[in-house]
Structure formats: C-alpha cells, structure tokens
Design a protein around this ligand. Structure first.
Ligand code: ADP
Length: 159
C-alpha cells in the first residue's frame, strides 16, 4: 500500500529547516505533498503564489515531493489528496503544546489521518520563518539558513 503524507505550513518563506524535514520524510513515505496554507489570518509577508513557487524551486530535486496550496480545513485537503499522514516538525518544547493540540483536533475531525512528528535537525532547531524575515528586514545575512532562491526573494523584497 502506498502512503502519501501531507506537510502543511505557512512556509513564509520556506527555510532549510523545512527542506530538511521534507527530505527526511520523503524517504519514509511514498509521496509527500507540501501544502502551503493561504492563512489570510496571519497576513503573510510573501503572497500565496510566491510561497508556493519558492517551495517548488527549493524542493525540485526531490522526485516524490509535490507542492500544493490550500485554504480550507487541513483534514479535507488530506482527504482530497489521499494522504493518511500529516507531518509536522518539532523544534523545541515550545512547539510541543500547540502541535499536540492541533494533532488531537485533526484526529477528532478525521480519525483516518495520523500526525507524525519529525524532530528538527540540531543545526536548524533554532530556525523559524519569522526570525528569518526579521533578520532579513534588519539587513542581516540569512544565506546559510534559506535556499538560494529564497535568499534572492528576501533581498528583492526588503531592498
Ligand atoms: P505554521 O504556520 O503551520 O506553523 P510554518 O511554516 O511555520 O507553518 O511551519 C510548518 C511546520 O514546520 C511546523 O510543524 C513547524 O513546527 C515546522 N518547522 C518550522 N521550522 C522548522 C525547523 N527549522 N525545523 C523543523 N521543523 C520546522
């Protein structure tokens, strides 16, 4: 039986921490759908289309990975894509409470989908999209934390 996993997030923008999670997950499951949330509530820095296209280029070397976008309930998106697994990354204890709450709620909404947590690699455990945006906004160099295409987009955005 083929197992498809969905990795949802805002990816505003995708970082090397996200790429690391996707690469590790791609060897555990048959197919990975990276699902970029439209998340209007968060008023993202990059628009949905750009977040999708940045994720696509950053992940193009992984053959079993596809990037999609979604605006509704994650469990509905999982069902539409025949995904039985939701992947989430865990960096620190601070992620834990919210992530467990989310996993519990998604399981209540759809008993057929299971959340699998992937622990962040040590070198990316401190990395978040919001920190990247902030450092970049203040003129700092984020080259080592984001894929090259994302670095270029940040420079173009912040000037
Ligand atoms: P969301 O708004 O859904 O939290 P994010 O794009 O911030 O979207 O994160 C998506 C997922 O990736 C979350 O599960 C988050 O914990 C995880 N994640 C974010 N940064 C990293 C990282 N550096 N290493 C591992 N997982 C990460």
């Amino acid at each position: 039986m083929k197992i498809t996993a969905i990795y949802p997030g805002t990816f505003d923008p995708i970082t090397k921490g996200h790429v690391d999670v996707v690469a590790r997950a791609s060897s555990m499951f048959d197919a990975i759908k990276v699902a970029v949330a439209s998340n209007p509530g968060k008023t993202p820095f990059f628009g949905l289309e750009q977040r999708v296209s940045l994720a696509k280029s950053a992940l193009e070397k992984l053959p079993n990975v596809e990037v999609i976008s979604f605006g509704g309930l994650l469990v509905d998106c999982a069902k539409d894509n025949d995904a039985s697994v939701i992947i989430r990354g865990l960096r620190a204890v601070s992620d834990f409470e919210f992530e467990v709450q989310l996993a519990g709620m998604n399981r209540r909404l759809s008993a057929s989908v299971e959340t699998v947590f992937i622990a962040a690699s040590q070198e990316y455990a401190f990395l978040s999209s919001s920190l990247i945006r902030e450092i970049s906004r203040l003129g700092g160099d984020v080259t080592e934390f984001v894929p090259a295409n994302v670095n270029a987009a940040l420079l173009a955005h912040t000037g």
